[in-house]
Design a protein around this ligand. Structure first.
Ligand SMILES: NC(=O)c1ccc[n+]([C@@H]2O[C@H](COP(=O)([O-])OP(=O)(O)OC[C@H]3O[C@@H](n4cnc5c(N)ncnc54)[C@H](O)[C@@H]3O)[C@@H](O)[C@H]2O)c1
Length: 273
């Protein structure tokens, strides 16, 4: 039986590991060829968890190829629009088309409001906002050229639906992703390109590695009252990357063909009150 994305091509940022890898593998298993990029290296100083590696990106390549689909992977920083354009142009020249963009690359840094430096504020906004804008700008023309419409999915967060305490920069950046979603959805709609944001709650990825848990704990001590502001309705607090990929794959597929400018929360209900 044909997959739900048979014959399509998807461009995914932050694909070396975590949710980006899950999206790549899931979409490939549904029949899509993949264009994958990742910085696969050093993240800004304010980020307390371990960076992804080139080996991580190679593992994504292996897993996608295991599904029988093709993948073009490259080490690119989403802050570099020229490099992103080149990665997309080169891959589309081989794969022939582009249908789906998933702007997934992002960074988080737990810091109490008065410990956020101008540098860390700028770093988080550069990657999460400008990098997301760059990602759309690098690929949208290619979807338009195909004349078949398409789907653009911008990965926001519970922080972009409610807020995340001790992350003023991250919260601001993920709300900005919602603004990008609505604004692009309006103008790209005439090309039958849908643009939606996905808002995961906590997800079990390497974002929780390294010094992340300690850094969250230290920030929480400055205002313990905020510890439960993202309490879920469902019993489980944390999702697996594949559970976010379910929603992303649905948005990429024709099953969501009437859905655009929507905020899809995959957060166990944690942002509802
Ligand atoms: N993990 C969570 O709890 C959670 C919750 C809500 C939203 N999110 C969002 O989901 C997305 C994916 O995060 P994840 O949980 O898979 O974390 P992750 O750190 O495992 O994956 C993010 C990937 O993005 C890459 N990346 C970071 N900056 C980049 C840049 N400038 N250019 C290219 N690649 C870059 C990293 O190298 C990494 O491979 C992010 O946008 C994140 O903000 C995560």
């Amino acid at each position: 039986m044909a997959g739900r994305l048979e014959g399509k091509v998807a461009f995914i940022t932050g694909a070396a590991r975590g949710q980006g890898r899950a999206h790549a593998v899931r979409m490939a298993s549904e029949g899509a060829d993949i264009i994958a990029v990742d910085i696969a290296g050093k993240l800004p100083n304010c980020v307390p968890y371990d960076p992804a590696t080139e080996e991580d990106l190679a593992e994504t390549v292996r897993l996608v190829e295991e599904t029988g689909r093709r993948i073009f992977a490259s080490v690119v920083d989403t802050r570099d629009l020229d490099a992103l354009r080149k990665a997309v142009d080169d891959a589309v020249a081989e794969l022939g088309r582009l249908d789906v963009i998933v702007a997934n690359a992002g960074v988080a840094a737990p810091q109490p409001w008065n410990e956020i430096t101008p540098e860390s504020f700028r770093d988080v906004m550069d990657i999460n906002v400008t990098g997301t804008w760059n990602t759309v700008m690098a690929g949208a023309d290619k979807i338009i050229d195909g004349g078949r419409g398409g789907s653009i999915i911008l990965i926001s967060s519970a922080a972009g639906a409610k807020m995340q305490p001790f992350m003023v920069h991250y919260t601001a950046s993920k709300h900005a992703v919602t603004g990008l979603t609505r604004a692009f959805a309006a103008e790209l709609g005439k090309h039958s390109i849908r643009v939606n944001s996905v808002h995961p709650g906590p997800v079990n990825t390497a974002m929780g590695s390294g010094d992340m848990v300690d850094a969250v704990g230290r920030a929480m001590e400055t205002n313990p009252q905020l510890a439960h502001v993202l309490t879920p309705f469902l019993p489980d607090w944390v999702a697996e990357p594949e559970e976010i990929a379910d929603a992303v794959c649905w948005l990429a597929s024709d099953e969501s063909r009437k859905v655009t400018a929507a905020q899809i929360r995959v957060d166990q209900g944690s942002t509802q009150y």
